[in-house]
Design a binder for this molecule. Structure first.
Ligand code: GLV
Length: 325
């Protein structure tokens, strides 16, 4: 009987698609925290399909531990930087992901971070709870308007486009940087600029690129210095796109004004990270896709990919289609 290991409890709709299959042995990791590397290797031994999350490192060692029966790796996420795709391809294993399912949820959260960081929502709300609301304060909690601002989008893909569409309602001037001019710019009237221009001209800079060797530490001490001192940096992509120590220093020294981060390095962020002491750093626990709709869609898409892989059919959403050549 084919065996599946699911590395966490995910929305029931997705689990049911697996549990309702005749002749499929499904084991679901029951703990709230991911299995350790050793446990994952143990649980993966002899499985036919792996249903995993971005918290698992899927590399040669894990694939070796799983063994030759493994037919598909299905990740419930769009980003797959935790998976050694080349290692999967070498073994003829298709890798699935969930593009599209979390686009709107992540774009919503990006706007929430922009507005919250700009208007100091967290310090303001904390002030209320701490009894510091003395009176209506003509000088209290001032911040820039998103409306009419210049927003630089690094990575105008699906999510970047969804952010840009929302920003049209804010009458924002849109700049973007991609490896090359992309197909989405026209719809949202976004101007392709080089990264330095984007950094220098943007009031808000929002990261929507995948984490790759090229984008690791794309935002570093050097690039932070190129931003306006009033700039607000938003990261809903991957923590390692930003040099976090350099960002903390820049926020401390007023090199830029504020940051809204949904992703950090590592995750969870270390409790002694200086970012957590700064009033102008808003850090969330990677909840970009945490809308009910998005998580359900991600769970069912990942189940669809997994079942296709088990049935030796092309995955509806395959990261490494070259595996079929
Ligand atoms: C979330 O970060 C994802 O990649 O789906």
């Amino acid at each position: 009987m084919p065996k599946v290991f699911v590395t966490r409890k995910v929305p029931q709709k997705g689990l049911d698609m697996l549990l309702n299959q005749e002749g499929l042995e499904v084991e679901i990791w029951p703990e709230p925290l991911p299995p350790s590397r050793e446990t994952l290797a143990q649980k993966a031994r002899g499985i036919d399909a792996l249903y995993c999350l971005l918290t698992e490192k899927i590399d040669d060692a894990l694939l070796d531990a799983a063994g030759p029966r493994l037919k598909v790796v299905s990740q419930m996420a769009v980003g797959v930087d935790n998976i050694d795709i080349a290692a999967c391809t070498r073994r003829g294993i298709p890798v699935g992901n969930t593009p599209g399912a979390l686009t709107e949820a992540t774009a919503d959260l990006t706007l929430a971070l922009m507005l919250a960081a700009a208007r100091q929502l967290l310090p303001a709300a904390a002030g209320v709870r701490a009894g510091k609301w003395g009176t209506w304060d003509p000088l209290g909690y001032l911040g820039p308007e998103l409306f009419g601002s210049t927003v630089g989008i690094v990575g105008l893909g699906r999510i970047g486009l969804a952010v840009a569409r929302r920003l049209q309602g804010f009458n924002a001037r849109l700049l973007y940087n991609n490896p090359s001019p992309g197909p989405y710019a026209k719809e949202v009237d976004a101007q392709f600029v080089d990264l330095d221009t984007l950094l220098a001209e943007s009031d808000f800079i929002s990261l929507h690129c995948p984490l790759t060797p090229e984008t690791r530490y794309l935002i570093n001490a050097d690039s932070l210095r190129k931003m306006k001192s009033s700039a607000i940096l938003i990261n809903t992509a991957r923590g390692d796109v930003v040099d976090q120590a350099a960002l903390a220093e820049a926020l401390q020294q007023g090199v830029i004004a504020a940051a809204g981060l949904d992703v950090t390095s590592p995750e969870p962020i270390l409790l002694d990270d200086p970012l957590l002491t700064l009033p102008n750093a808003l850090v969330l626990p990677h909840i970009g896709s945490a809308s009910i709709t998005a998580r359900q869609k991600m769970a069912t898409m990942a189940a669809e990919n997994l079942l296709a892989g088990l049935g030796k059919k092309p995955l509806p959403h395959c990261v490494n289609p070259e595996v079929y050549n």
